[in-house]
Design a protein around this ligand. Structure first.
Ligand SMILES: [Zn+2]
Length: 334
């Protein structure tokens, strides 16, 4: 079985020596991208050169385009959730995962052997589909340590909305977030009745335009630098949305909110400054990951250590508590 599965040090997941997921390995015929976060687009430029096809959900492929990966049309292979892709004697499917727009899990079956990779996910069972009884399941264990058990999501959202309301009553806000997370937050704020205009950075704006085509609609959104955005700026009542990588270059707004997946505290103020750190994670917490494994019942669990520091610990807990054979790949990461 193990000859059919590998995770290399760069984070490439390789099934049957010819299907690469979220990384590149020589000899791969097709490269899948589970979602557009940068730890899952590793070496995509190599795959663009060397693989016959680049595949993912239609949203993911469109987002890759606007984020600067120009995938030749002839190589693009969009695959919807649950749609079957068959080549030679291999059957591939993508399954829904609740993480960011377009994110997917991948299952690959050949001669009765079913291999699966979850990618990043949260809310297994209620939103994220649980892939049942694969021979090998590769799982993301970002929060694979029992210390990572968090409050219910609704409670965190409520606290976050209260903070945003309070700050908006005193001035403008700059938020800093990853792709996908920013959109989840903007949609949630609208749901909670916050109607301050959003001013988006160039890259978030491009992502927004793609997501809009797929039905993620948000009212009163403007690209930073546009004439409308300058008008909005003069009112002093707006929320600016930037990529998290620009959190160090604070713009001229009254308050700053950095959105991370941290657990330590869900919301805290940085040294009584005008900056708040808000932890709204896109990843399952420890209990949710255990739940996925328990419901999935793989013959063998492989914990992805290339994207998690708790892989060893999680694998040993699964063996102990669920009696499911578990191991970690790759073995050493530095
Ligand atoms: Zn992610």
């Amino acid at each position: 079985m193990l000859e059919n599965v590998a995770i290399d040090a760069s984070g490439a997941i390789v099934f049957f020596n010819k299907i690469c997921i979220d990384g590149h390995s020589n000899g791969c015929f097709i490269r899948f991208v589970t979602h557009v976060h940068s730890d899952h687009t590793v070496n995509l430029s190599k795959s663009l050169l060397l693989c016959k096809h680049i595949s993912g959900t239609p949203i993911t492929l469109d987002l890759l385009d606007v984020l600067g990966y120009s995938i030749p049309k002839i190589k693009k292979l969009p695959l919807n959730y649950d749609q079957l892709l068959e080549f030679e004697n291999i059957r591939i499917r993508l399954y829904y995962s609740d993480h960011i727009p377009g994110s997917a899990q991948v299952s690959v079956e050949k001669e009765g052997i079913l291999l699966a990779y979850t990618g990043d996910f949260k809310n297994p069972g209620s939103k994220t589909v649980i892939i049942k009884e694969p021979h090998v399941l590769i799982i993301d264990a970002t929060y694979g340590d029992p210390i990572y058990v968090r409050e219910g999501e609704d409670i965190i959202w409520q606290k976050f909305v209260e903070l945003v309301k309070k700050l908006l009553s005193q001035g403008s806000i700059s938020m800093y977030a990853y792709y996908g997370k920013a959109h989840e937050v903007m949609m949630k704020l609208r749901e909670y009745g916050i109607d301050a205009p959003f001013l988006l950075s160039h890259s978030h704006w491009k992502v927004h335009r793609v997501l809009e085509r797929y039905g993620y609609r948000i009212q009163d959104v403007f690209p930073s630098g546009s004439r409308e955005s300058e008008e909005v700026r003069k009112t002093g009542w707006f929320i600016e949305v930037n990529h998290i990588s620009s959190a160090k270059n604070y713009r001229n707004t009254s308050f700053h909110i950095i959105l991370t997946g941290r657990f330590a505290k869900t919301i805290y103020r940085l040294n009584s400054s005008n900056t708040w750190i808000v932890g709204i994670s896109g990843h399952a917490d420890f209990n949710d990951i255990i739940y996925y494994v328990d419901e999935s019942k793989p013959h063998l669990l492989i914990v992805d250590a290339s994207r998690s520091s708790y892989a060893e610990k999680f694998a040993s807990i699964v063996e102990e508590q669920l009696g499911i054979k578990s191991m970690v790949m790759p073995k050493t990461i530095f």
